[in-house]
Structure formats: C-alpha cells, structure tokens
Design a protein around this ligand. Structure first.
Ligand code: FMN
Length: 337
C-alpha cells in the first residue's frame, strides 16, 4: 500500500509504532521496521544522551530499515538535556523524530538542519495546524481513546480525524484506538495516510516487557482504562490497577488542590516496576481503550502482515461488495478471511 506516509518515511506499510516509555527499546523498534512499518525508540527511556546513542546503534545492528526516535516534551520532575539528545539522534544517523507533548518549535531548526523528518503527535486540530506552521513534515493525530496523554479536549477520532483532514495540508496518521485492519481502513477513509499504534504493539512477542503486561492486555476489556491527573491538566489514560485505585482516592480527596507531589508514589518510577518486573499493581502506566480489541500476542510481523492482508480484503471484498451488492450482510470481524 502506498500513501503519503509510506512515501515520506520510505516504509512499506503505513503503520507507525508510537514511542512508549520502557517499551520502545531497540528490539521493538527494529521488529516493527523489519516488518515494513516505522519503529520508534523512546528517547527519554534512555537516561542519558550517551545511552540513547548506544540504543540507536543497537537498533541499527538489528535492522537496515528506517526507524525513528521519540522525543517527549512533558512536565517532568527534572528537565532532560534535549539538545544533547538531538545530537545523539543526528550523530546516530536517524532520519525521523516523533515529537510529542509540548510544541517542538524551539528544536525545529536543529532537527531540520540535520535533515530529520519530524512527525509531531498532538491531540487537537489547532496543535496540528501549529505543527504544520512550524515546519513539521507530518502529524500523528491522537484521539481521546489513546493510551497515554489525550490532552484536555476529549475529542475522539471519529470527529478529530475528519476535522484534521479538512484543515491540514501535511499528511497525518490516526493515533489512538488503532488495533487492526478495520482501524487502518477507517483511518484512511477519514483522511489519514496511515495509523500509529501504541498499546497494540505492547502485546507482541518482541515487545521487551514482562509477560505479565502482555497477559494483562489480553485479559482487559475496553472498560478497564481510566483517566488520571485531570486536575493537573496532565491527563493520562492508564490501565486500572490497585496503585491507580489509590491514586484516584487521593485525587478525590484533594480535588482541585491536587499537586503532583501528592501522587508521586503512584506516578514516578512506575514504568520499570511494571514493564521490567511485571508488578501490575505498581501505579499509573499508559494504556489505551483499544485494549478491548487485543486478544493475542503475535509476532510483530504476524500482526502487521495480518493487518495489511485484512485491510486489502476489507477494501476489495467488503467495501467493493457493498457497491455491487455482494456483501450486504457480511460483518467486519477482526480477521476478514
Ligand atoms: C505504555 C505506554 C507508554 C507510552 N509512552 C509514551 C511516551 O513516552 N511518549 C509519547 O509520545 N507517547 C507515549 N505513549 C503514547 C503512544 O506513543 C501512542 O501515541 C498511543 O499509545 C496511541 O494510542 P493507543 O495506545 O490507543 O494505540 C505511550 C503509550 C503507552 C501505551
């Protein structure tokens, strides 16, 4: 399949793996890129720019296909040295950066001077337009369904994607709630040139996380995520667990006076506990509503091949069939055989 996104990034399939803290290591990024998508290493999971340089080199050893690095600009307890991270990306020969959180405007000259293509992930049309204005090459439009930080507007992709299509000149991918061929074809129908998946890629064989995490995703339904940190205007969609129950109790108790320090234990340092040790009740970690559509743990290649084959079947059989009257009653189940 060829779209503006496959052309922009030189990839085979219009599928991107979004940056994920303590998930987006070289193993996953390389697996996604080798399967024809765009894998992304999560920059800030590497504690220093030197460690990021090593992770990029490790990924390069595992794939000769294009891959990217995510740089997240979010409120944090200590601000990372972004210029040094950008230097590591440039010197590692990486040609794609996924930015997220705050606007990457101040870093655009350095990224562009290095010939890096920038895809900014954002949750509103106005932020997408700003990204276009400051020279981003593409946008990842992240709907309210998404795992991680959905912003504060609460607009789901059914509205956000066509709105983005109406306003943007640069290509965009749909992000949030994307799991299978149905997601991809729907996203393409609404004007996107591909899709970005986070949560779905965690439940793959190559995702270098504890098996407890993968099993929790298979077990959970679409009712099992919840929003936290709304009072701090740093809303995050996470998987419910005992640590999150405690966090919600604190939020209820403190109301509008909530401070980040009140929930430090439930949000800081949680990722290594969950992703490495498999401590599923440790606290808040991002997870999308799409968890309700995850029922297996395939290899990344099996997942991507399945999505592309099913997408072709949906387009050629189901949709074309509506036009000639042959698929009037066919339901769109996960695998379109
Ligand atoms: C466990 C996890 C960690 C994430 N960490 C980051 C991150 O560090 N930076 C970032 O830009 N996005 C992060 N995200 C968001 C994803 O890149 C992606 O935008 C999101 O998962 C899309 O929604 P989905 O989960 O419904 O596919 C994370 C998502 C998950 C599930």
């Amino acid at each position: 399949m060829k779209t503006a996104i496959t052309e922009l990034f030189g990839i085979q399939h219009p599928i991107i793996q979004g940056g994920m803290h303590f998930v987006g290591f070289a193993e996953l990024a390389a697996a996604v890129s080798n399967a024809g998508g765009l894998g992304i290493i999560t920059g800030l999971t590497q504690k220093t720019p030197e460690l990021l340089a090593k992770e990029i080199a490790r990924c390069r050893d595992m794939t000769d296909k294009p891959f990217g690095v995510n740089l997240t600009f979010l409120p944090s307890f200590t601000a990372p040295p972004y210029p040094e991270y950008i230097a590591a990306i440039r010197e590692g020969g990486v040609r794609v950066v996924e930015t997220a959180g705050r606007s990457p405007e101040q870093y655009m000259p350095a990224l562009k001077a290095a010939g890096i293509k920038v895809i900014h992930k954002c949750t509103s049309v106005r932020h997408s337009l700003k990204a276009e204005k400051i020279g981003c090459d593409a946008v990842s439009v992240d709907g309210f369904e998404c795992g991680g930080h959905p912003g504060e507007d609460d607009i789901p992709n059914m509205i956000l994607l066509p709105r983005a299509a109406d306003e943007l000149k640069i290509p965009f991918v749909a992000s949030g709630g994307m799991a299978d061929a149905r997601s991809l074809v729907a996203a393409l129908s609404m004007g996107a040139a591909g899709m970005n998946m986070g949560t779905r890629f965690i439940a793959t064989r190559e995702a270098p996380v504890h098996d407890n995490v993968k099993q929790a995703l298979v077990k959970a339904s679409e009712l099992d995520t919840v929003l936290v940190m709304r009072a701090l205007r740093n809303t995050e969609r996470v998987l419910k667990n005992r640590g999150v129950d405690h966090l919600l109790e604190i939020e209820r108790e403190k109301g509008a006076s909530l401070k980040i320090d009140d929930i430090h234990e439930q949000v800081a340092g949680v990722y290594p506990k969950v992703m490495i040790n498999g401590e599923m009740d440790a606290g808040a970690w991002s997870c999308g509503m799409v968890v309700g559509l995850i029922n297996d743990v395939p290899t990344v290649k099996e997942l991507i091949d399945r999505i592309m084959a099913d997408a072709e079947a949906i387009i050629r059989q189901r949709l074309t069939g509506f036009l000639d009257g042959s698929t009037v009653k066919a339901p769109a189940r996960a695998a379109v055989a």
